[in-house]
Design a protein around this ligand. Sequence first.
Ligand code: ZN
Ligand code: ZN
Length: 215
Amino acid sequence: MGMLQAGIIPVTPFQQNCTILFDPDTREGVVVDPGGDIDVILQTVKENGITLKEIWLTHGHIDHAGGAQDLKDALGVTIVGPHEDDLPLLQGLEKQAAMFNVPMKVRNVMPDRWLKDGDKVSFGDHEFEVYHCPGHAPGHVIYFNRAQNFAHLGDVLFNGSIGRTDLPGGNHQQLLASIRDRVLPLGDDVGFICGHGPGGRIGEERRNNPFLRGI
Ligand SMILES: [Zn+2]
Ligand SMILES: [Zn+2]
């Protein structure tokens, strides 16, 4: 088993960070949030000789989950997450596509396994703790690999910003509580990838992110 590695493929008109987490020795991995552009994702994993074992979702927005069903059909793997509170979003993905008027192929998704706070997911020897972080979306989860101090935060916390809360099911106070009670306690040294833009380090956000003042 090697060190956990991550590769980012920006997908959809929303430039969402579809993330491949993989082991460089076994070449096995998972894909987090295949929002769309499935051909690009499949091509990238093929070129890098990576075998995808599962699809993990952080939440049910179109740019994160819109391509999950097609990718599942192409690979024959299971879809894991998010929390069941995102069922209405995942069953309404085709409606979201119409609402945002986006030129991309989107299908509704039914995960094979729902996640809840405290669950664990893994591939190979790489284990991730799951935390339920509602606020941006009701069923949003994040994935934390304690062994390597790494987290995938989806659209909860960004480098210098936080997830929007004006979409259906969004709640600003709930998002701040999720960041305060679930994300910041992971530790200042934890490096993260998020759903949009560059990643960062939790301590840096705790100190300098203007949206976290006074929480
Ligand atoms: Zn989102
Ligand atoms: Zn997003």
